[in-house]
Ligand binder design. Structure first.
Ligand code: FAD
Length: 469
């Protein structure tokens, strides 16, 4: 064993890198430090676990510590890396037995991001949660489940002891809840709460939920939230959460609402402070600037996942879009690179999908005109509505597509989609087109599939391309 590859962070990016490196180069010493007790978990499934669609928190866990070690990875949970010294090529690690120094040959920063709660006062009150930790999901599920329906399997996290949650299980479930922030976490949590019949208030400072999905999709999400009985507070700024020990009220510029529980989902910030003083460059987003191989500005230090920026396929500039595939893919590529076979981490297009009750939404690329102009484009957009299947075939549903292109070159810049019938997955056609720098005219001639149960002759994306061309 020699030349340690040290990984900071034991989730998507970190463990993808560690596993891949060990697979490609079994002789390499691969060491992972994870500050919490959790590893290899699916944040993305937390809203569906809270809602009750996923039975057990254990279902959200992928690899166990034993499985990681079976791969030959030297995993240390409850160990926080507190300092990086690029001169000496060491990291300082704090564990239960004190602090020690660990030399590295290659170092991957895969520290993810954390939820922000500022500038809202009172977020430290009891029964206020952010959705950025498995413990929060488990505690919420415990609070929402009536004691007679709770079972041990729900909280069986295998290697993590959640017995302290029994006090939550014994409490009466909340009746009125608030979600602060109407981004994708806020929308998913509103669905989870309404799925349990709770009076649900959703606060969003702008005039539509999910701003990255654009106006047409935002309007549809608003209609679905309204229909589902979510009490929407749009254009509303939450000033504070108030209560005596536990949260009792949301105080916003449209008045105060009495609540039993609050989820704050107003954004995240990259965990990049660890390397801020090392010469590693941070971008405007606060995340770590990386090149096409995930390398930072400091020799031997890589970064991947929610703490890192990536090259955007449309603008060609670095951008921060913290999503699951980006983290797994970059980690895997870096694992291969440090094992001696350089592999690019891949570009991002900001492709994201979101479920809002029965509405499926997708977005990719640059859809905001100001943003497109800043990147040197002259954007033009069109929105169409078309059927998802042949009109006579059962299950056909209206699908709304918005495409944005550069007026002069005709190059597709981005798009959004919404509808009830497999709309979200159609966004992958647009994402693929963006990676090939396709023009709208070329998109119009894409050979997309047609058969009545799946699509009309003219797929909604082809209809939109025809209209925009
Ligand atoms: P993380 O998963 O955050 O892992 C970083 C790890 O590093 C953490 O375990 C942390 O404890 C550890 N760490 C941090 N600092 C240190 C240190 N100094 N020393 C040691 N360890 C440290 N993405 C999608 O693409 N689709 C979705 O539907 C989706 N849904 C989501 C829903 C929710 C509620 C949330 C919160 C996220 C969702 N995401 C989704 C985003 C996705 O989960 C992240 O992009 C992904 O988890 C990022 O992986 P990562 O490895 O970069 O970071």
């Amino acid at each position: 064993m020699s030349d340690p590859f040290v990984v900071v962070g034991g989730d998507a990016a970190g463990l993808s890198a560690a596993s891949k490196c060990k697979r490609e180069d079994p002789d390499r010493d691969v060491i992972v430090y994870e500050k919490s007790e959790w590893i290899s978990y699916a944040h993305c499934g937390m809203p569906y676990y809270v809602k009750g669609e996923v039975d057990s928190i254990g279902d959200l866990l992928s690899l166990s510590p034993a499985e990681v070690r079976e791969r030959g990875v030297d995993l240390h949970r409850n160990h926080e890396v507190v300092e990086v010294d690029p001169e000496r090529q060491t990291v300082s690690v704090e564990g239960a037995d004190g602090t020690f120094e660990q030399p590295y040959d290659d170092l991957l920063i895969a520290t993810g991001a954390r939820a922000v709660t500022e500038p809202i006062d009172g977020t430290d009150l009891d029964d206020v949660f952010t959705m950025h930790h498995m413990h929060s999901a488990a505690a919420l599920r415990a609070l929402l489940t009536p004691p007679e329906e709770a079972d041990d399997a729900m909280f069986d996290a295998g290697y993590v002891d959640l017995s302290e949650l029994s006090e939550y299980v014994e409490r009466d479930p909340p009746e009125t809840v608030a979600v602060v922030g109407g981004g994708y976490v806020g929308v998913e949590m509103a669905e989870a709460f309404r799925g349990r019949d709770l009076d649900t208030h959703l606060y969003q400072r702008s005039d539509r939920p999910a701003p990255p999905f654009g106006e047409a999709v935002g309007d549809e999400i608003t209609a679905y939230l309204d229909d589902a009985g979510v009490d929407l507070h749009l254009n509303t700024e939450v000033e504070a959460l108030a209560g005596d020990g536990s949260v009792e009220r949301v105080v916003a510029d449209d008045g105060a609402v009495e609540v039993d529980l609050v989820v704050v989902g107003i954004g995240i910030r990259p965990n990049a402070e660890l390397v801020a003083e090392t010469g590693v460059e941070l971008g405007g987003s606060g995340a770590i600037v990386t090149d096409e191989y995930g390398r930072t500005a400091v020799e031997g230090i890589y970064a991947a996942g929610d703490c890192a920026e990536n090259r955007h396929t449309v603008t060609g500039e670095n951008d921060w879009v913290p999503l699951g595939l980006t983290a797994n893919r970059a980690g895997r590529a870096i694992g291969q690179t440090v094992a001696g076979e350089p592999a690019p981490v891949g570009e991002i297009a900001g492709t994201a999908v979101l479920k809002a009750f029965d509405l499926e939404c997708g977005r990719t690329g640059i859809i905001d005109h100001d943003r497109a102009e800043a990147a040197g484009f002259d954007p033009v957009s069109e929105t169409i509505t078309a059927g998802s299947r042949s009109g006579y075939y059962p299950g056909n549903a209206e699908t709304t597509v918005t495409l944005t292109a550069d007026r002069e070159s005709g190059r597709l810049l981005g798009g959004t989609i919404a509808g009830e019938d497999r709309a979200a997955i159609r966004i992958d056609t647009l994402a693929t087109a963006l990676h090939e720098a396709t023009t709208v005219e070329e998109l119009e001639r894409f050979d997309l599939a047609y058969a009545p149960p799946f699509s009309p002759v003219w797929d909604p994306i082809l209809v939109a391309a025809k209209v925009l061309d």
